[in-house]
Design a protein around this ligand. Structure first.
Ligand code: URA
Length: 279
């Protein structure tokens, strides 16, 4: 195997999440596995485990397994509150970001490196909502900064928008391990956060990027092929005001299916039209 192949293999392992810690307690594979309990060994006295020096920063769990420090110290939060209660209590974007950072009810937080809250200008007329952070976003703590983010930037530039004139977030603020699709339960848990996020930003136009975002935000079962290219009225929970909302293809899909770029262009033109035509 040459260096290129080894590197490709390593990248693939990272992409499927092989570097993600999934247990807070690291199993000690240097100790013999416990024997299955039988009438013969049930009463046997426990053998003392050999005492081995531990790396700095580790401690011992009951049973002697080394406990690796979590990736970050526990953050203050309000244990037991639902995402809906936590989101509703946030009165500003700063409070919402802090509340989400402290929210411990979503397991994705344990495997993610960073909370990916948002990027761009919260005063912008247009707010985009994608699906979930990928590896680059997780590393940098910003949405759409990887390959599909670069295509999204070009799509926005085509209608005169940039990161200073748009605001971008995701349905999920934590990366699902290995970039897998978010589960329905994860989406449901994070919806109160993104809905509150929309209320606090109060944009003129909402753009749902990809089918996951479109069907979750519009609460519709149709796929992106049916939802794209149409204006909907998005209603926030706390106000009777509605927001013009449109769905577009996800740039990752466009990278795989360049034949759909013509339709994507049409959708972008609809947004441009709405921006230049006062209601
Ligand atoms: N895809 C998304 O939906 N969001 C990101 O932030 C990155 C990729």
């Amino acid at each position: 195997m040459d260096a290129e192949q080894a590197l490709a293999l390593l990248r693939w392992q990272i992409a499927i999440g092989a570097d993600e810690a999934i247990e807070p307690v690291a199993p000690d594979r240097t100790r013999p596995a416990p024997l299955p309990e039988t009438p013969d060994n049930r009463a046997a006295p426990a053998r003392a485990a050999p005492v081995r020096p531990m790396a700095a920063g580790t401690s011992t769990a009951p049973g002697g397994a080394a406990v690796l420090p979590l990736r970050r110290p526990p953050v203050p939060g309000a244990p037991g509150l639902s995402s809906a209660e936590v989101a509703a209590a946030a009165a500003s974007l700063e409070e919402l970001a802090a509340a989400m950072a402290g929210f411990e009810g979503c397991a994705l937080r344990q495997t993610a490196t960073n909370l990916v809250f948002a990027d761009g200008n919260p005063e912008a007329r247009v707010m985009l909502i994608g699906e979930a952070p990928g590896a680059d976003e997780d590393r940098l703590g910003k949405p759409f900064v990887g390959v599909s983010g670069r295509l999204l930037d070009r799509m926005l530039a085509a209608i005169g928008l940039g990161r200073n004139s748009a605001y971008i977030t995701n349905i999920l603020p934590w990366r699902p391990p290995g970039n897998r699709k978010p589960t329905a339960a994860e989406i449901a848990m994070c919806m109160p956060f993104v809905r509150r996020h929309v209320e606090l930003v109060a944009p003129e136009i909402l753009v749902f990027v990809g089918g996951t975002s479109a069907s979750a935000m519009l609460d519709r079962s149709e796929g992106i092929m049916r939802l794209r290219g149409r204006w909907f009225q998005y209603r926030t929970e706390q106000s009777s005001k509605t927001i013009d909302a449109i769905s577009i293809f996800h740039p990752a899909f466009l990278l795989r299916s360049p034949g759909q770029k013509r339709e994507a262009w049409r959708d972008l033109m609809m947004i441009r039209e709405r921006l230049v035509t006062p209601n």
